[in-house]
Ligand binder design. Sequence first.
Ligand code: GDG
Length: 470
Amino acid sequence: MSGDNSFVVVANRLPVDLHTSPDGTRTWAPSPGGLVAALSPVLERHEGCWVGWPGVADEAPEPFRTDGGVLLHPVRLSSADFEGFYEGFSNATLWPLYHDLIVTPIYHRDWWDIYRDVNLRFATEVAEVAAEGATVWVQDYQLQLLPGILRQMRPDLRIGFFLHIPFPGADLFRQLPWRDETIRGLLGADLIGFHLESGANNFLDLARRAGHEVSGSASTRLIDAHVHTDGRRVGVGAFPISIDPTSLGEGVEGSVEALRASLGNPRTVLLGVDRLDYTKGILQRLLAFEELLESGALDPDEVVFLQIATPSRERIAQYRQARSRVEEAVGRINGRFGSMGHPVVHYLHQSLPKAELRTYYEAADIMLVTPFKDGMNLVAKEYVACHGDGSGALVLSEFAGAAIELPQANLCNPFDVESIKRAIATAATGLSTTPEVHRERMLAMHAQVMEHDVDVWAGSFLDALAKVES
Ligand code: GDG
């Protein structure tokens, strides 16, 4: 059975939100996002289809078209599916394993069974909506088995897979009790894309160890490496994701001044923007800030640290623990170094509108991006995109994928509090003592991000997918 969509994107989440009005009426509305913005032109050109979970357990609207003509096709998940597939296997097993065991992954056979079953259901939906010979682009770690299942159901399809998080080395990956099935699932694709060449080479290494013939080694935005399996050739490469600079809006005149005034016009504004995730190193950057205040390297009367921490995965114990540790540190630092009406750390555990985020990015003298491990990190790129005049400074973890493309940042090792402190202090003093050096570095990073935006990412992946000959 086949449908009539020649281009299908499949992701865990459908880009829709459920809105409930005061009278209780509920409507589903498309929700904007980086991936949607990047793929919309392609989806609209092909009258494409997006398959995914609408975000609310036990509910799913009928398939509907957006104004641009994209068909949104929901997959219904029960709350038991959501717990086993999403919170369990995806976020308590794969997420920590793929982020180098920052917390210990939980290996649970029931979760695996549900993960496999949900992947099968997603594949069944895709098989129904995809036209003969259609291109299907599968997104991320929640759906690693889908390419293999779909290839069995629909050998006519051209299937691409992209992983948005890091792919670990063999020594870590081999912990996974279902490692062979996972590799086989991914190898159902014609093209497997990672952010970095290192992730792609980790995958090639694993495929080789699993007995598959491998040729070449990974390149960026090109297919120089293949895995040969079942008489097919699977392309493997690196496609570093980026941002849609227009999604941040234009910036509102006077808003930066108003924000700084509301903070008491400090000399230096430090900023962190993250999902509240233990991989992001929020606590470590707070500890570095605290020690800099303690030693007198930063003056609490001159500096303010803003941390926006978007709520995330709050039903998972390790996320709740990460949040309480962050909040304890914020309270302690303000208790020690703040004064009445003038906290040194302003902390929001909220999601803000994107346009407001732009004001924060523009207002920040120093952006702190200190993850222990991150596939890419779009926040770093968004900050750089908002500083086209060369102002500001970026403190960036060496373990964020973005560090490969933004080597002019103040790089730090987030496992070493002294290294974070050094990077912050260097940025803070450098902004006043060597402003030209900082300006040039910011401008170089700005040019890199503007030239390699999310369209380049999507375009290079889809071009490569179109060219793969299996
Ligand atoms: C995964 C990988 C990879 C944050 N707070 C608010 C808000 N955000 C937006 C940011 C940014 C996005 O969320 C976060 O993207 P990141 O890339 O930084 O991190 P993850 O969510 O972990 O994303 C990551 C990414 O996938 C893409 O492949 O780079 O490595 O972990 O765009 O702006 N947006 C709004 N309000 C907020 O309060 N509107």
